[in-house]
Design a binder for this molecule. Structure first.
Ligand SMILES: Nc1ncnc2c1ncn2[C@@H]1O[C@H](COP(=O)(O)OP(=O)(O)OP(=O)(O)O)[C@@H](O)[C@H]1O
Length: 817
């Protein structure tokens, strides 16, 4: 039996025609049939052609043998029966787990680039240093501006109002005391001694040891995805063996182990949010932390958790009684894996026994995750899978009730309507009084003093309201206060007043982000997207859409135009999601076309351009999407493509996002007129790109229509087989004809597209190839792609993209904002 779209087929008995009946051995008595649940069986994955996986039109196929579908004649309900014994089924399941583990390990090897390497030269590759695309990270500026913002907040009337709800703590830069200085000096000299003893000495071939090279300890279990997918910290430029001077961290009273890790990572100083939250968390306070995107919030809560792990090491328990120390909840799988990788990498750089950090997310085996939980110190997960695993596992409830840290990352998202349900269940069980429940399993569990830590770049409720919504009334202050009250209500903080730390009170957007918009007819967004990407060739770009179908359509549209586009959306199989991110990260100049599943938290180095193909549905989404670029010290650009009717909404949105900077729509600096600048694309160039864009769109639509038709046919055929009737697609279509309704025009187009012949498609591809080989030359006279952004010298010299005469930089933005 295959799922999702095949019916069970009994193995055909091949009987030799001339064989006599009496030659057969006596038939075995029929095996007893047992009713089974499909999700309890050991399904085998059916390999699919790459083409299908890449278009992401399928979820993948799995098959199972010896299972028949039984239909109840009266109710029509379907049940499933097998002749296998319980042991046989258990064996199948065990084998399925094994296959899954093997597959995960294989994937991980691909991630590390090891599979091919193994064939070529195992040893040489194992020793070779991994290439890092990153430039040295210089650390955050500690200049007066940030200080001013911070101190400005304390005097702010808003702060007084908020204080009613939470204890506000201003970010501060404490001066190093004599004691601290002494401690720092001691630590530094100890570190030096240690280095002198064991090291930093290169291995004979000049490379570093394996652990340091790999960056992330993957625990060899295949489910904590390794550096390839999320080598957040492994990207940091520490390959030269040098360590940074980390004396700027001393005021935070961190352990030598963590200081050692930070030195190796070359994180020479804490970011504002780290500096202000770490001491509070280490002092046992509940903390709500707000800071702009890419400002290091993960380590702001991660470092104190690891410190707590290190402090508790001596009180090691029997592994059987092991309980996780921290539970970190994030809204998406990718973010959960990234946080896991981030913390694992922090510890891998240190010289201590690292805590076991594991991800509990959908898309991977539940059983295996349960096993991993048994040894986990830090658990990072998405609410749905966490709830499933905790609530159905044995003894896990009691263990989780003893966690010492509960972290809600991207809290405004997780606590918003529509996402809260499963998180709410988790919170409920964590708070539940067992004695009242009579829950014997956890009666012995001691009451634990748990710290609750809540982080995000956006907290204002107004930011969550839809653009078209009613957010005009009420100031941002009110909404922020409301959202704090909301948080206090939903989360059971241990303290009456958790500390609220806003590291960037005057701005939600990253410092070095430049914002622009391009106006075009709604029907021409594809063309303008292509034009923009042609202009920005070689920039790593992230394109956001509001729907999965748009991702499915735009990816082949861009690929047909020879642009390296990759898809990312929540309906893709998990391994394909990870693969897309990995490729996006590896290949300079690649393009990720994504839904908002990529909007929050993802920390992919060197994303230089974010394009909003669809307008974000809410202002907070705009902040988070745009925050995928201009992270840490880097600069980046965010461009909205909008139809004429959308421009007003966009301006409102941007005004709202920048409202707290206190400048309204005043100029950001002398050169840039407003926070967001309208980009004046040269329409002549766009019109020269139109023919190729049109053909590419036609091809992409055709492929999708054909796939859709095939999938529909399969589904109909299965339904027909289940019902015991014949399915004839043409007959079915004839019957459907005449039933006219909404979407008939679209369906007609789809049908036409799905019927395009191979020859016609080949002809279109050839035509497109011809067009792509031509230069788009407008002559070097008037205006170019955008006013003021063209490097005319480069243009004259024929530099930049060969297919498209134009500079690749500029776009009328200033380099330093
Ligand atoms: N002290 C530091 N010095 C230098 N780099 C740092 C420091 N702390 C964190 N980073 C790096 O900064 C980047 C952004 O960190 P992180 O992902 O934690 O940001 P964030 O604030 O959680 O962003 P978002 O709001 O988008 O989730 C990461 O690549 C991380 O390795």
């Amino acid at each position: 039996m295959k799922r999702p779209h095949t019916v069970p087929k009994k193995a055909a008995h091949k009987v030799h025609k001339r064989q006599k009946v009496e030659d057969f051995p006596k038939p075995l008595p029929p095996k007893a049939k047992r009713r089974v649940q499909l999700n309890e069986l050991g399904w085998k994955t059916v390999s699919m052609p790459d083409r299908l996986e890449d278009t992401e039109g399928f979820y993948g196929l799995e098959e199972i043998e010896d299972v028949v579908i039984v239909k109840d004649a009266t109710t029509g309900n379907l049940t499933f029966e097998t002749t296998k014994t319980e042991e046989e089924v258990a064996q199948d399941v065990e084998q399925a787990w094994q296959r899954e583990e093997d597959e995960a390990q294989r994937l991980e090897k691909i991630t590390f680039g090891e599979e091919q390497a193994e064939e070529e030269d195992k040893e040489a590759v194992a020793k070779a240093p991994k290439e890092s695309e990153d430039v040295a990270w210089e650390g955050f500026s500690d200049d007066g501006e940030a200080q001013e913002e911070a101190t400005g907040q304390s005097a702010d009337a808003e702060a007084a109002a908020l204080e009613a709800a939470v204890a506000i703590k201003e970010p501060k830069t404490p001066k190093e005391s004599k004691k601290e200085k002494k401690k720092r000096k001691e630590a530094e000299s100890k570190k030096k001694e240690k280095k002198d003893v064991d090291g930093g000495a290169p291995t004979p071939d000049g490379s570093k040891d394996d652990e340091e090279l790999s960056g992330i300890d993957d625990h060899s279990d295949g489910e904590t995805f390794g550096p390839g997918a999320f080598d957040i910290l492994a990207n940091q430029p520490d390959d030269d063996g040098d360590e940074a001077d980390v004396s700027a961290w001393n005021k935070l009273d961190l352990s030598e182990e963590i200081l050692g890790s930070l030195a190796k990572l070359k994180f020479s100083k804490p970011t504002d949010i780290q500096e202000s939250t770490i001491p509070e968390i280490m002092a046992g306070r509940d903390v709500i932390g707000k800071a702009s995107t890419g400002s290091g919030k993960t380590l702001a809560f991660g470092i104190p958790i690891v410190e707590s792990f290190l402090a508790a090491r001596s009180a090691a328990k029997n592994p059987e009684d092991k309980t996780p120390l921290a539970l970190i909840i994030a809204p998406t799988r990718e973010l959960a894996h990234q946080i896991t990788a981030h913390l694992t990498a922090l510890c891998a750089k240190g010289e201590f026994d690292a805590p076991y950090v594991t991800s509990i997310t959908g898309g991977l085996s539940v059983q295996k995750q349960r096993r991993q939980l048994e040894k986990a110190d830090i658990v990072v997960g998405t609410p749905g899978r966490l709830w499933e695993v905790i609530s159905t596992g044995q003894g896990l409830l009691g263990k989780f009730k003893q966690i010492k840290f509960l972290v809600i990352d991207e809290a405004d998202r997780l606590l918003s309507d529509g996402h809260y349900q499963e998180l709410g269940e988790i919170l409920k069980i964590l708070e539940r009084d067992d004695e009242a429940d009579g829950n014997a399993e956890t009666d012995d569990a001691p009451a634990v003093e748990r710290q609750t830590l809540v982080f995000s770049a956006t907290f204002g409720k107004a930011l969550q309201q839809k653009l078209a919504g009613t957010s005009r009334g009420g100031s941002d202050l009110m909404s922020q206060q409301q959202s704090m009250e909301y948080l206090l209500k939903k989360l059971k903080f241990r303290e009456e007043k958790p500390v609220f730390i806003d590291a960037n009170p005057n701005s939600q957007m990253a410092n070095k982000l430049q914002e622009g918009l391009i106006e075009c007819a709604g029907t021409e967004k594809d063309l303008y997207l292509y034009s923009l990407l042609m202009f920005y060739t070689k920039k790593r770009a992230l394109i956001f859409t509001n729907s999965i179908s748009a991702v499915r359509r735009l990816t082949p549209f861009l690929q047909n135009l020879s642009l390296p586009a990759l898809p990312l959306h929540s309906n893709m199989p998990q391994k394909a999601r990870l693969r897309s991110i990995e490729r996006f990260k590896e290949r300079p100049g690649s393009i990720l076309v994504a839904t908002d599943v990529a909007a929050r938290g993802l920390d992919i180095p060197k994303v230089e351009l974010v394009i909003h193909y669809h307008l974000p549905r809410a202002a907070d989404t705009y902040v988070h999407r745009s925050g995928r670029t201009a992270r840490a010290e880097a600069s980046g650009t965010s461009i909205l493509i909008c139809g004429p009717e959308e421009v007003g909404g966009v301006r409102r949105l941007v005004a709202k996002v920048h409202a707290r900077s206190g400048e309204g729509s005043k100029p950001k600096n002398k050169k840039t007129a407003y926070f967001i600048r309208t980009l004046d694309i040269d329409r002549r160039i766009v019109s020269r790109l139109r023919p190729r864009a049109a053909i590419s769109k036609q091809l992409a639509d055709t492929v999708i229509a054909k796939e859709k038709k095939n999938t529909n046919d399969d589904v109909m055929r299965q339904a027909a087989e289940d019902l015991g009737i014949d399915y004839d697609s043409e007959e079915f279509e004839k019957e459907a004809k005449g039933k006219r309704g909404r979407g008939t025009g679209r369906k007609k187009k789809e049908k036409e597209a799905s019927e395009m012949s191979k020859g016609e498609m080949q002809a279109l591809r050839a035509e497109l190839k011809g067009l792509l080989s031509q230069k788009i030359n407008t002559g070097v006279s008037a205006r170019y792609l955008t006013s003021g952004g063209i490097d005319v010298d480069a243009l004259m010299a024929g530099e930049g993209n060969l297919e498209f005469l134009g500079a690749v930089d500029g776009l009328g933005f200033d380099d330093d904002v």
